[in-house]
Design a protein around this ligand. Structure first.
Ligand SMILES: *[C@@H]1O[C@H](CO)[C@@H](O)[C@H](O)[C@H]1NC(C)=O
Ligand SMILES: *[C@@H]1O[C@H](CO)[C@@H](O)[C@H](O)[C@H]1NC(C)=O
Ligand SMILES: *[C@@H]1O[C@H](CO)[C@@H](O)[C@H](O)[C@H]1NC(C)=O
Length: 403
């Protein structure tokens, strides 16, 4: 009240009626509170829907390679199915991706999956062609992974598919990084897996010389303009916190089981020396990663640590409910592909040298068929899931276009 007395006397000195002056102060304080409220109170943080704001249904996810993108794609596919949305899917000649590594073209989309709400299969970003297909209000999201871990993964996963990697004696990553230009040719088949793969997937020029720092900056700025959110694989759950706010989804919409992981035996940890060489070789990717990891943490800091902690608890509680209902509270059993009984759950194996893990469902858990369906889908690899979606969407398309 002493504050009010002072305010009133200031108002008198300014020859302003006290009531009007106080009202002005109240309005100013009110807008300040609204502006900074997110930092002081936690409520807006756990209700990104802002009291009933509709969930966003139009999302274009640029699925990058070896970055936990399959896990995000699986979240989007399940959301689409539950909500009767349309997912843009590749036409059959393209396989399970949009004729990657060619730049995306609207002609790659199966006509029964137009117009889409969700895009989530691999493609090489091409803004103009995507605009022909994707609704104008869609939010663009992508995911990046730390360059050293990512390159180690690419090198192992594509050891047999990428001509560059096949030239390296003994398949030695160290030998490759010693003299990459001895093995790498930009015109090689699948050279996109051998240098600046993130940049290539995002539509950039992976072969820009490292002296061209202005290119990396300009390209990063361009990505930032298009994408509302760039997730970071190393900080996956924190990225989901931001994704949930962007889309106003429920925590239950974001539950996941990590997909398409390698067996521990096919993973290597890089020494700091090799990690440095990877960054030098993939210099545009390294620039992108550092920039967007920084911006992820700035966004989280703006939310406030109490809010983020609360959001993470909500996501993890939803995650626990999923594990409880699907797998009796245990982690689902990881299995190498050959041992998985249900062939719909066997992940694609890139070569005999790399083991990709999948999951099997415990066959003896009794549960209603609707939750059994969710349990099956949450561990379903992308190739099978893409086929199933194409099948159901084509059936819906034919049903809607009967004469
Ligand atoms: C979302 O996408 C669909 C299909 O392209 C479109 O019809 C709709 O207007 C878009 N926006 C919303 C809010 O649904
Ligand atoms: C991302 O940035 C944060 C904050 O600066 C840092 O703590 C973290 O180690 C970075 N993550 C990686 C994988 O580099
Ligand atoms: C399911 O089968 C496994 C292995 O055969 C067994 O250990 C487990 O107790 C069974 N669970 C239920 C709920 O019957």
């Amino acid at each position: 009240s002493s504050f009010l007395t002072v305010a009133a006397s200031v108002g008198r000195r300014m020859r302003m009626p006290a009531k009007i002056f106080l009202a002005l102060i109240a309005v100013t304080l009110g807008s300040l509170l609204m502006h900074y409220g997110g930092r002081w109170r936690c409520a807006p943080c756990s209700h990104p829907a802002g009291g009933g704001k509709a969930k966003r249904t139009n999302v274009t996810f640029l699925k990058t390679h070896k970055t936990a993108g399959s896990t995000v794609q699986n979240i989007l596919f399940r959301f689409a199915e539950r909500n009767g949305l349309t997912v843009a899917l590749p036409k059959q000649q393209c396989g399970h991706h949009f004729c990657y590594p060619n730049p995306f073209s609207a002609n790659f989309v199966h006509p029964h999956t137009l117009p889409p709400n969700i895009v989530g299969n691999h493609l090489r970003f091409n803004a103009g062609e995507l605009h022909r297909v994707v609704p104008a209000d869609a939010r663009y999201v992508t995911i990046l992974r730390e360059p050293a871990a990512m390159f180690e993964s690419l090198f192992t996963y594509y050891s047999q598919h990428c001509q560059t990697f096949r030239r390296v004696p003994g398949g030695s990553l160290g030998a490759f990084l010693e003299q990459p230009l001895r093995y790498y040719r930009p015109q090689d088949k699948n050279s996109n897996y051998a240098r600046n793969t993130l940049t290539h997937d995002l539509g950039g020029d992976k072969d820009r010389p490292a002296a061209d720092a202005a290119y990396a900056r300009a390209f990063t700025a361009q990505v930032e303009r298009v994408f509302s959110l760039v997730m970071i694989a190393e900080h996956f759950d924190e990225s989901l916190v931001l994704l949930r706010r962007l889309l106003s989804w429920d925590a239950d919409d974001l539950v996941y089981v990590k997909l398409n992981m390698r067996t521990p035996a096919s993973k290597r940890r890089l020494t700091p020396d090799l990690a440095g060489k990877v960054r030098a070789w993939n210099w545009i990717d390294a620039h992108l990663y550092d920039h967007f990891n920084g911006s992820l943490w700035r966004q989280l800091a703006a939310l406030g640590s109490a809010c983020v902690a609360r959001e993470l608890r909500l996501l993890r509680a939803a995650q626990e409910r999923l594990l409880q209902s699907c797998f009796g509270g245990r982690r689902p059993l990881r299995s190498s592909a050959g041992k998985i009984r249900n062939k719909d759950l066997r992940p694609w194996q890139p070569s005999a040298q790399v083991g990709i893990l999948g999951y099997d469902l415990p066959g003896n858990l009794s549960r209603p068929s609707s939750s059994r369906e969710l349990c099956l889908k949450v561990v379903m690899p992308e190739i099978q899931y893409t086929k199933i979606l194409l099948h159901s969407q084509s059936a819906r398309y034919r049903h809607n276009h009967r004469h």
